[in-house]
Design a protein around this ligand. Structure first.
Ligand code: GSH
Length: 312
């Protein structure tokens, strides 16, 4: 029998989770946006994520440990790495899967964001998987030495790699996405069907992550100053962001953005790379500058642990 204590119909298992500090968006955000837009009953948790008895094979430490755990599995089936989506339908068997693309396709079917024809499905899947490849490339640029080590362990190379990414591959990707959006209109579902699909949420999230991660002085405000012009894409991003249920989510305490919920003084995008976070705080909050510098000293170890792992 699966061991999770969750009572919700939907659970996302991801780094950070509901009780940890700071919370992070990462790849869980792709799933979360769809659940929020659909007003589904869900939670995000890091319960049972790590170690030899956790749910993820990638965190068991050795191949032998992976096979060993299978014999007394507490979970419906093996999964590899986060995020994992656990669905407990009322009248059906549990669904327990990883890979953002697979999760989005399943969520699309369950929540009403599925394409309606074979052609639309093919395009929806193509756009979804392209968006996820873009995110993987972005992340890899911060981890050029060791893909599984943290950014803070390879900061010099990661800074160089990510800057290079914004000058080389990013413009090609963003120009491509802009062309894809322009095909059916900047205020319309991207795969050409009558309704929003999971491709729209995936594309929106990669654009949002691009803005959060790269639209700052370190990267020459690459979204604002983008060449060639990607006006269609910028409009599309705004159009998706204006969906009422997403707006409600962005304004809520559920969004993984607030270190201290309830006080406007500490609104920090914790998924930012460390220097950018501090840069942002100091620019936006001059009144609190000296206090924040003190606070920064206190929080530094925690923030460093997450530094640079934001795009996914
Ligand atoms: N292609 C996978 C990538 C999953 C992934 O890289 N997960 C990260 C967190 S966003 C992780 O914790 N990986 C641990 C590992 O690879 O050992 C997906 O889209 O779900």
């Amino acid at each position: 029998m699966p061991s999770s204590t969750s009572k919700k119909e939907w659970t996302i298992h991801y780094h950070g989770g509901k009780d940890s500090f700071p919370v992070i968006k990462g790849r869980a955000e792709f799933l979360r946006l769809m659940l929020e837009d659909a007003k589904a009953d869900y939670e995000v948790t890091n319960e049972d994520l790590y170690g030899p008895t956790g749910m993820m094979d990638c965190f068991r430490g050795s191949g032998a440990a992976v096979l060993d755990q299978q014999a007394n599995a507490k979970f419906p089936n093996p999964v590899f790495f986060p995020p994992v989506l656990w669905h407990r339908p009322k009248n059906d068997e549990d669904v327990f899967i990883n890979q953002v693309g697979a999760c989005c396709m399943y969520l699309g079917e369950q929540l009403g964001y599925a394409p309606s024809t074979s052609k639309e499905r093919a395009l929806t899947d193509m756009i979804t998987l392209n968006a996820l490849d873009y995110i993987s490339e972005g992340r890899a640029s911060f981890h050029p030495v060791n893909n599984t080590a943290s950014y803070s362990d390879q900061k010099e190379e990661g800074d160089k790699g990510s800057l290079e990414f914004t000058k080389t591959r990013m413009p090609i990707w963003l120009a491509h996405f802009s062309k894809v959006v322009a095909l059916h209109g900047k205020n319309a579902p991207v795969a050409g069907g009558p309704n929003i699909t999971y491709a729209d949420f995936c594309l929106f999230q990669v654009l949002d992550a691009t803005i959060a991660q790269f639209n700052n002085a370190k990267y020459n405000f690459v979204w604002d100053n983008h060449e060639p012009k990607i006006d269609e894409l910028k409009e599309y991003h705004k159009w998706m962001a204006s969906r009422p249920n997403l707006q409600a989510y962005f304004a809520s305490d559920r969004v993984p953005r607030k270190l201290f919920v309830g006080t406007k003084c500490f609104v920090v995008v914790v998924s930012f790379e460390k220097d950018i976070q501090i840069d942002w705080i100091v620019r936006k909050m001059p009144f609190w500058k000296s206090f924040l510098i003190f606070s920064y000293g206190c929080f530094l170890p925690t923030l460093q642990a997450y530094a640079g792992d934001s795009m996914m």
